[in-house]
Design a protein around this ligand. Sequence first.
Ligand SMILES: *Cc1c(COP(=O)(O)O)cnc(C)c1O
Length: 449
Amino acid sequence: MEAERALWADADERAAAYIASVGRRPAFPPREAVAALDALGGPLPDGPADPAATLDLLDDIGSRATVTSNGPNYFGFVVGALLPIAGAAERLALAWNQCASSAVNSPVMDAVERTAAGWLLEVLDLPREAGVGFGTSATACGLACLAAAQTCLLEKAGWDLQRKGLRAAPQVRIVVPDTVHVTVKKAIRLLGFGTDDIVVVPTDAYGRLDPALLPALDEMTILCLQAGEVNTGEFDRFAEIVPRAKAAGAWVHVDGAFGLWVRASRDLAQLAQGVELADSWTTDGHKTLNTPYDGAVAICRRADVLARTMNAEAVYAPSEPDAQKNLTLEFSRRARGLGFWAVLRTLGRSGVADLVDGYHRRAVAISDGCRPLGVEVLNRVVFNQVLCRLESPAATRALTEAVQSDGEVWFGQTVWRGEPAFRLSVSSWRTDDASVARVLAAIGRARSA
Ligand SMILES: *Cc1c(COP(=O)(O)O)cnc(C)c1O
């Protein structure tokens, strides 16, 4: 008992020290720290060791080799930091170690996730009757939504997918923008679709699906749209497209991994106007909302269809039809809704709006600061992404590599319309005006070098 208490206390102290250091740490670990990771390997131990020594090794070798995405100076991918309350709630829940399959397994997590589901629908202003499954990622939750879409369309066509399977089923067609996220394509693949079943629609200069090029839709079509394109941060024109798709009988799914959260903002909500008319939505907690990795959500207007599609009832584990194990891929699971609950409970409506607006304000400041440095900003910065390039592909690549190898700040390379570019994403609550100045200084230094 004493040893266990001491071990947890030791971990807490180390965690607190790490958190206190994130502002000073390089955004990407130095080469020596990465090389030292070999010390975590070696032969499989023959027998037990002192747990305190294992923790010490992990902290000593591991902490130095972390990517400081939980700090203010990391602008890579769309990796969110961790809000203190979300981390603290998770820390307590780790001691509980609940298997949050259903109310039978964990009354407390069932209550937490039911509340989180209701608050989420309110803050995102989505249909209050929708089903909400908290899963590991937008990938997994997107898969759940698209599986529900497939079930529903086939059912309407008189095909019981559960019983008769996919092999001889009527053909369902999927329409996606050419900027569709790779994980949506992965989900589509896993559902048994081939590239022949996918219709790719060209996008406009901003990366949004071009409504003029949308093919005829029907009741056997799933249309995938985006709230937040990974390079430009742009939003498809939902108000124009979704009613058309719905009138044709299609199912509309929205990948809103990081962008759906503009719905919480007064000023930015109009970017996603009309998104509420869709049939299903996915968004992450671990990006914009800064909940712990890994946590995301599948939201489905037809709660009953999601629950039937993802059902995992077992004779030894009877539960409510809308228990979380019946809405997500996982059966045994951590309560991924906890982070959502903790953040929404603590920040409230206006706090989430401030978080989202803060990302946007700083992304605009980065964009404004890039231009005088001779950096071309390729997008409109409608939300939190800044897409840039220099006068030549070689110069663009060289700058990205120079900033990355310095490591004080970090952002990633990408490809936009076939040309190398680099991309900064503001997704950390810790990113402040000083971090904006720091990243601009790093770009300036690399530019003049
Ligand atoms: C990150 C991202 C995904 C995938 O989300 P995961 O949680 O990493 O699975 C999907 N779509 C977009 C637009 C993303 O940014």
